[in-house]
Write a protein of this length. Structure first.
Length: 133
């Protein structure tokens, strides 16, 4: 049953997300990479994860989104195309949020290495490159 298989994948990805809150940085990095790898086989599932992480990064959510940029950065490295539509929200976080702004900029830097994405948002990525220099 494909529905049962889908539920298994959702549970596995939720478990990996939970592991990104562990104290051990190696566990956090590997768990984030696992979520990113899931994007190759389950892009819709990972896009939903991205939406939740972006919402968690929003000040209005009231959640602790400290590991969201870690997961998003891993996704940017592994399956950057899944983050294309997230660029404006990441840019907002990079500009406005003092807690996670630097981490959001790191995600944008990863995405800026992908010509198709950087070309789609030149005003964001040109400004980001100028800020780095």
């Amino acid at each position: 049953n494909s529905s049962a298989a889908s539920d298994v994948y959702k549970r596995q990805v939720r478990h990996l997300l939970a592991l990104t809150y562990q104290a051990d940085s190696v566990v956090r990095e590997r768990a984030a990479h696992g979520v990113a790898l899931a994007g190759h086989h389950h892009p819709r599932l990972v896009r939903r994860v991205i939406e939740r992480l972006l919402w968690a990064m929003n000040d209005e959510s009231g959640t602790n989104a400290q590991t969201a940029p870690l997961v998003l950065r891993a996704i940017a490295r592994e399956t950057p195309q899944l983050l294309e539509t997230a660029v404006p929200e990441l840019n907002r976080a990079a500009q406005e949020d003092e807690n996670i702004g630097g981490l959001a900029r790191q995600v944008l830097q990863e995405l800026g290495r992908v010509p198709e994405i950087a070309g789609q948002w030149p005003e964001i990525f040109t400004g980001l490159q100028e800020a780095e220099e």
